[in-house]
Design a protein around this ligand. Structure first.
Ligand code: BT5
Length: 328
């Protein structure tokens, strides 16, 4: 459920340059003018600068430079993604909250964001460092009508969304390392964790977790990842507004997801491959008994990586048996 404050922000943001009268807000939200006034005062405490002019109404002049349900919603141009946002200052993992919400009927497109995670999760029970106010730690609940075996496509889709935002909005040169790492200059700046609840042939819901290191200085990265991780700030030398970044990610995500439902996986596959780390290059791949050289050619429908071996056979690679950084 959207809070009254979020609804007021939404109304005021629907037309950022003009005023909305107290009467109109009161009619639309079915609350009294004095209740509106109290909410506006609360928003101002949150850091919003709101202009109120007698006989004209209210308008937002500035939103605060911190991530909250309201700031993300203000100016968010999506149709369904992020219409409901849950923001926590600190939590174990946004994945936990998203699973709870999803089992309690949360809408498709609900978004959970935290300033800090105390038990951030990677894949296969690995840990994800999520230090306070340094990055974007966010989970998206989806209820896609695709068969469960195609769910890995959503991870690949998400990777293309993040790569697109970094390339088109931030003018960086991201690479996607199969299946889910976003790299800048060979170092991981972002990871994706897709989890789902499904029956045999039907997905109940999917939770897509996105972690992005944004404003970390080198020392803010945990010691054991310092040599292989980076942040947007380390790469660009400047701090980024996380609210705007989240809004861009949600907007690109919604568009890409709709394209995917409309046109199928081929659009995603092509884009993924254009960003794919070491695609077209020779790597070493470990098998049960030996190590073989193969060219990485792209990705398959089920999300597997495709490798062409020296004898010409093309095989799917499913697990992390690739020597990514070695000189083959
Ligand atoms: C991932 O797993 O890359 C998935 C990360 C997903 C994080 C998001 S944040 C919002 C949501 N809530 C959660 O609790 N999780 C999701 P994986 O491919 O298994 O990579 C994990 C490995 O990346 C670790 O073993 C470390 O080596 C490394 N790592 C951990 N924290 C990192 C960080 N902040 N930046 C870069 N690398 C990190």
């Amino acid at each position: 459920m959207e809070s009254t404050r979020a609804k007021i922000i939404n109304l005021l943001s629907s037309n950022q340059d003009s005023y909305i009268s107290g009467q109109e807000i009161s009619n639309q939200l079915q609350i009294s003018r004095s209740a509106i006034w109290k909410h506006i005062k609360e928003l101002e405490k949150d850091g919003y600068v709101i202009e109120g002019i007698r006989n004209r109404g209210y308008r937002i002049l500035q939103s605060p430079n911190k991530v909250s349900e309201n700031t993300v919603q203000w100016g968010l141009n999506t149709n369904w993604l992020g219409k409901s946002i849950i923001h926590k200052e600190s939590t174990t993992s946004t994945q936990h909250i998203a699973h709870d919400l999803a089992t309690n009927h949360a809408d498709h497109g609900t978004v959970v964001i935290a300033d800090e995670q105390t038990a951030g999760k990677g894949r296969l029970s690995r840990a994800w460092y999520s230090s306070k106010n340094k990055g974007i730690w966010m989970s998206i609940i989806l209820r896609p009508s695709i068969p469960p075996y195609l769910a890995p496509q959503l991870t690949l889709l998400t990777a293309t969304v993040l790569a697109d935002v970094l390339k088109k909005e931030l003018k960086l040169n991201p690479k996607i390392k199969w299946p889910n790492d976003i790299l800048l200059q060979d170092k991981k700046t972002s990871g994706i964790l897709t989890e789902m609840q499904a029956e045999q042939d039907r997905i109940q819901y999917v939770v897509i977790g996105i972690g992005i290191n944004v404003n970390h200085e080198p020392d803010d990265l945990a010691e054991d990842i310092q040599s292989k991780a980076t942040s947007l700030k380390i790469e660009t030398g400047k701090s980024w507004n996380m609210t705007e970044l989240i809004q861009q990610i949600l907007l690109y995500f919604e568009k890409t997801y709709e394209d995917f439902l409309d046109k199928g996986f081929s659009v995603i596959k092509e884009k993924w491959e254009s960003y794919g780390y070491r695609i077209g290059e020779v790597t070493s791949i470990k098998t049960f008994h030996d190590v073989q050289r193969a060219v990485l050619t792209g990705i398959a429908e089920d999300g597997a990586l495709l490798a062409k071996y020296e004898d010409g056979t093309i095989k799917k690679v499913y697990s992390g048996e690739i020597d990514w950084f070695g000189n083959t």
